[in-house]
Write a new protein. Sequence first.
Length: 370
Amino acid sequence: MDVTGFFIDNFFLLSISLALILLVIRDKNKGVKMWYMPILSCGCAVLLAISSFFEEYLKNYPNLIGLVCFLGWLGYSLRPAILLLFLRQSTSDKRLLWVSAGLVILNALIYATVFFIGTDFGKAAFYYTISDTGLLTWNRGPLGYSGHVISFLILGFLLIINILQLRGQRRFDAVALLVCSVMIIAATMFETFEIGLNLLNTSIAVSTLFFYLHVHSQANKKDALTGLFERKSYYEDLKRMAHSIRAVIQIDMNSLKELNDNEGHAAGDEALITIAKVLDRCLGKNMYLYRMGGDEFLAFSTNPSEEEIASIDKKIEEEMAKTRYSVAIGYSVRQDTSKSFEQLAKEAEVMMYRKKSEYYVSSGKDRRVR
């Protein structure tokens, strides 16, 4: 294969990678988290394609066996590393990521045995011999499938994340990730069983672009300050789920205006960010959380018990006590649809304002200075 053939065979990979890089560069100043991860994923996919091309091309030069071995090692090391990068975009579970990173390092060490050219140890994973025609011939060693095994382990972790997210609140996110995962798993299997070649590169690029666009579209529905879904998303979800909602929690910050007046709006923003983090941490995956505007937050759930909601209320109060800020919380739970969502929300609001009044009475602060 010549250079022209390389560009033709990898046209889609290169085009998608370029498109993604341009999108990420455009968005990196918009507060998009981990904007560099899609670039790393596609960059490694392109590097894998380049290393595979040169490895195949240089087999015609037996005197360059050391370089060919390096390119082969690079290709085997990059495959699970690319999967790890995609996994990192899908989860923030540190234990899972550290285990996967350890597997990637182990894989690289196993295939590094190829550098012991001419020894039995150097034949552990794969090695090259010179054929009668004077060309380098690739051979698989006893550990030659370790890269495939490790890749499938990482893909297994990816599937576990999919399953867990399908049980969470926003299943559309999990479905988007599942589509990407299936594409990558299929490509890996086709390459493992030699049904197709160089499929992982393009599937990673396509999946990364698709997932990035999905995440970006979801980010547009979120509040720029706190990262929580905003009022518009609340109305969209409410229209779809009003009849299945069983609990509503309303949260309102105490004394935000006083904080803004005394310490400035930056201090107020920091308070709202802190509260959002506490709420997100306490509410769990099965709760839908929104910033309704100003110092108002709202959450609802489709399948809670009153004990669970009361426990969440207590947990929020305990976590907020560890900060310098205070919130008033009200909630209401229904066991059937005899009570409308509007009634449910009104009861939660009444309870929240009662607690807010109690706060101002006990603190001796002016209720008008919220």
